[in-house]
Each structure stands twice: as C-alpha cells, then as structure tokens.
Write a new protein. Structure first.
Length: 193
C-alpha cells in the first residue's frame, strides 16, 4: 500500500462522538495526543439502523502508539499470524490502491467500502473504522479503513481464547463493563489497534 507520509485534517467521522471534538487523550495511559508528532490510533464501532439516517456509536477510543504496541504484544503469535494471513488473502490490494490513488486527500472515500468485502458502508448494520493520526492530523498511509461487522465475525473466529480474554480485559478496563455493549457484541469485541 501507500508508504508516503501524507496527512489531512482529521475528518469529523473520527472525532469523539461523546464530545464532538478531536480525541485528546490516550484511553489507556491518558497521554495528551494533540501535540504535533504524537502518534496514535482511533477505533470506532458503529451501528446503523435500516431506514434511519442516525447512527449509534457502540464504542470509540484513541490510543497512543506505545499503548497500542503493548496491546498488540498481548495478542498470541498464532492469533496475529491468522489475522495477518486472513487480511493478506482477502484484501483486493489493486482495488484498494485504486481507491487511494483516485482519492488521495479524501479519507472518507477510503472508508466508504469494507476493506475486505468491498460492501458499501451504506448497506451495513455494523462496522468499525480505524485511523492512524499524528497530533491533529490524519495519516494517509494504510489507514484509514473500514471493516464490516460480518468480516469482524470472521476475524473473531481466528482468535485464540487467550487473545479474546486479553482484548476483553482491555475493553473492560478502558471502556467499562457495558451491558449494552455485551448485548450488541456478545463475545466479539474485536480490537484492531
């Protein structure tokens, strides 16, 4: 994919739903994120209701690069290998490059279709979006991207029980035990930081 370090202003789709502003602190260590050069990731899970324009944010957070690396290291090697293999085998890299080339400064176009299934965001009941940011800028490299709920279910089956426990611990520690979240996403709190 694209290796250049192009950036744009962070679009509102990656603002905090809770505040309507840019995410400013790491969810895990509370590091200030908006200083120039501070690398971090944003993940948002969104539910849409058929026939309605409103969307519900199931969860959202920003995490600094150091904390994201710690979480990645907690994922078992087998789970990480299985996830990487799944993405490598299922991403249409030519299609992805075409979207990126034809929309070089429009990250919303990059998240309009699922990275794996190519399904339109308009037709999915649930999806997650992911971004890599630096200070107040969105990095346009391999991210941003969007993954459908159906694809997330497939990825869920690739995770070892230990990895599922680690990711659930991360979510509960940082987002709290949410009955609504457990009901909406039973056993499938997939985190791609």
């Amino acid at each position: 994919m694209c290796n250049s370090k192009r950036t744009v202003d962070i679009p509102e789709e990656f603002y905090s739903y809770a505040t309507g502003q840019l995410f400013d602190k790491c969810i895990d260590c509370e590091k200030w994120l908006l200083e120039e050069g501070t690398e971090y990731f944003i993940e948002k899970a969104i539910k849409q209701y058929d026939g309605f324009s409103a969307k519900e944010v199931i969860f959202e957070y920003a995490i600094c690069a150091d904390c994201a690396d710690t979480v990645r290291k907690s994922i078992s090697k087998q789970s990480m290998n299985d996830i990487e293999k799944f993405f490598f085998e299922n991403i249409d890299f030519q299609r992805r490059m075409e979207v990126m080339r034809s929309n070089p400064k429009n990250p919303i176009a990059w998240i309009s279709n699922c990275l794996i299934s190519n399904s339109s965001i308009q037709k999915m009941p649930e999806y997650q979006i992911f971004a890599h940011c630096s200070g107040k800028a969105l990095n346009l490299s391999q991210m941003p991207y969007m993954v459908s709920g159906n694809v997330l279910e497939q990825v869920q089956h690739l995770l070892s029980p230990e990895t599922k426990d680690e990711l659930n611990d991360f979510m509960e520690r940082n987002l709290g035990p949410s009955p609504e979240l457990a009901e909406i996403l039973p056993g499938s709190r997939v985190v791609f930081i």
